[in-house]
Design a protein around this ligand. Structure first.
Ligand code: ADP
Ligand code: ADP
Length: 224
């Protein structure tokens, strides 16, 4: 369970990126963070990943305040997370398979295990036939699917995806959302930011942000 308790984030220059934000996300939910550009969505996702700290308030994960974690404990938090964040694109100097293996190599898994799991992850996203392609040879939608494979290869409990459908046409955006939904159905919590409202009916929970404030939030039993 993830709980924001009256979280505010003030960046230098008195910019309120988040203002008194509170909500709870249950295990296994598919959550959309909606709202225009600049609303605070990326800041909120980075807080769950321990990459930004609240100025005030608490970010609880399974009863622990992650904003109080020492930097030495962050790797343990990160292992529970699959991240699809802005500015963390695929590495262009290696093929698709090596990109997907990387999170496993980083945590010290063997090359053989990484290869097996990365291939399985690519297969799940219907991208195994591109395993030895350069990321440069892929379409935007294909790159996004490889980034999902890379995010799930360590079997995370939670996937954080920042605007994963940005720059995609409707068909490719649909494929990406369906892929994330498939992981959610197998028990993974998915938190997805989007300024595009076309997929909101897929969610269990939608949290609307505007200028750092939660302006609306709803839950749906139907999508569960
Ligand atoms: P969104 O993801 O909804 O577009 P962000 O979380 O990126 O929103 O940004 C929220 C607000 O915080 C914006 O006004 C943005 O300019 C500001 N902001 C984001 N990151 C920083 C930063 N590192 N330093 C200063 N201001 C920032
Ligand atoms: P396998 O279990 O043989 O690895 P799967 O097709 O079940 O094959 O899964 C493919 C890959 O997707 C897995 O290696 C794993 O990295 C990832 N994966 C599968 N299921 C989950 C899940 N529920 N949560 C997180 N990651 C998963």
């Amino acid at each position: 369970m993830i709980e924001f308790q009256q979280v505010s984030k003030i960046y230098a220059g008195e910019v309120y990126a988040l203002r008194d934000v509170s909500f709870t996300i249950g295990d296994g939910e598919l959550v959309f963070l909606a709202g225009p550009s600049g609303a605070g969505k990326s800041t909120l996702l980075k807080m769950i990943a321990g990459m930004e700290k609240p100025s005030t308030g608490a970010v609880m994960m399974n009863g622990q305040d992650i904003s109080k974690l020492k930097s030495g404990s962050l790797p343990y938090l990160r292992r529970k997370l699959g991240l699809i964040l802005q500015g963390q694109g695929l590495l262009l100097d290696r093929d698709v398979l090596s990109n997907v293996m990387l999170p496993m190599i980083v945590v010290g898994e063997s090359t053989a295990d990484a290869q097996t799991r990365a291939s399985a992850a690519l297969e799940r996203l219907n991208m195994l036939d591109k395993a030895h392609s350069s990321p440069l040879a892929l379409s935007g939608g294909e790159q996004q699917r490889v980034m999902i494979a890379r995010a799930i290869v360590n079997r995370p409990q939670i996937i954080l995806a920042d605007e994963p459908t940005a720059y995609l046409d409707r068909e490719n955006a649909m494929i990406v959302i369906e892929a994330l939904r498939a992981f959610q159905r197998s028990g993974v919590t998915c938190i997805i930011s989007s300024h595009d409202e076309q997929f909101l009916d897929q969610a269990n929970r939608v949290i609307y942000l505007n200028k750092g404030e939660v302006t609306d939030a709803w839950t749906s039993a139907a999508a569960a």
